[in-house]
Design a protein around this ligand. Structure first.
Ligand code: C5P
Length: 243
């Protein structure tokens, strides 16, 4: 097959031109980075696991009417997606305190939050993705008030879906990050879930033991990252098969 034209290369994924207008091919690399890419490694098999897991989560969301960019998986490392205009915000939903909220507010990791908390971070590597308020987002024109309402509602629907799915296999969804993009059907603009949903972008703790099954294994040197992701895929019954 002819080499596809590269559109964008990020830390863990590459986007190529898709076969039809309005589509892209998303390739999952084995690269792992943390702390704004200060820590890097190659984790064999991570790309394959994340491609399969993101397919599983996104196709499940599509099936319950939460729109995502996912069209279909193409092979072990690639999926066909809809091209979107990414809103330059990371949307984080938290059910349990961990990571930056624990550090910032001095809340002990593992403390259940009184309700899911939605936060926004400005996507900017040079600035280290600073947290921003709705006021900043509207004042700087990154999204409208209507977009924000829709983003919160999308994020909470994703949270309900993923929390339930994980609970069913004995995993607590502590928090996660999604990215959201705009697509146009004629003049009508819609927001859809984009990027990826995988253990790279979620915190997943075993309900019984508290064992971490997500990228904190890499960030905090807690063991083998691919083993943790494999355990998530195994429990969900979506282990990648060689093709
Ligand atoms: O670091 P923090 O506690 O704010 O992260 C919250 C959630 O968002 C975690 O699940 C983390 O993996 C995810 N995240 C991400 N990409 C970032 C920042 C956070 O996927 N750039």
């Amino acid at each position: 097959m002819a080499r596809r034209k590269k559109v964008y290369e990020g830390k863990a994924k590459i986007l190529y031109e898709g076969p039809e207008p309005g589509t892209l091919v998303q390739y999952f690399k084995d690269d792992a980075t943390a702390f704004n890419a200060e820590k890097r490694a190659t984790v064999e098999g991570k790309g394959v696991l994340n491609n399969r897991l993101s397919e599983f989560f996104m196709s499940g969301l599509n099936a319950i009417g939460v729109p995502t960019h996912f069209i279909r998986r193409l092979n072990m490392r690639e999926q066909l997606i809809r091209a979107v205009e990414i809103i330059p915000l990371e949307v984080v939903v938290r059910n349990v305190a961990a990571g930056s909220i624990s550090k910032r507010l001095g809340i002990e990791e593992g403390t259940a939050l009184p309700r899911p908390i939605v936060e926004f971070y400005f996507k900017n590597d040079e600035l280290g993705d600073p947290m921003v308020s709705e006021e900043h987002i509207i004042a700087f024109g990154w999204a409208t008030q209507q977009d924000l309402d829709d983003m919160v509602s999308l994020a909470l629907r994703v949270n309900d879906f993923l929390s339930g799915l994980m609970l069913g296999v004995g995993i607590k969804l502590v928090d996660f990050k999604i990215e959201i993009g705009r697509i146009w059907d004629g003049d009508y603009m819609r927001l859809i879930v984009a990027d990826e949903i995988s253990p790279d972008s979620c915190r997943l703790w075993d309900i019984e033991t508290g064992q971490k099954l997500d990228k904190d294994v890499f960030r905090r040197d807690l063991g083998n990252l691919a083993d943790a992701y494999t355990e998530v895929a195994r429990r969900l019954g979506v282990m990648p098969q060689r093709e």
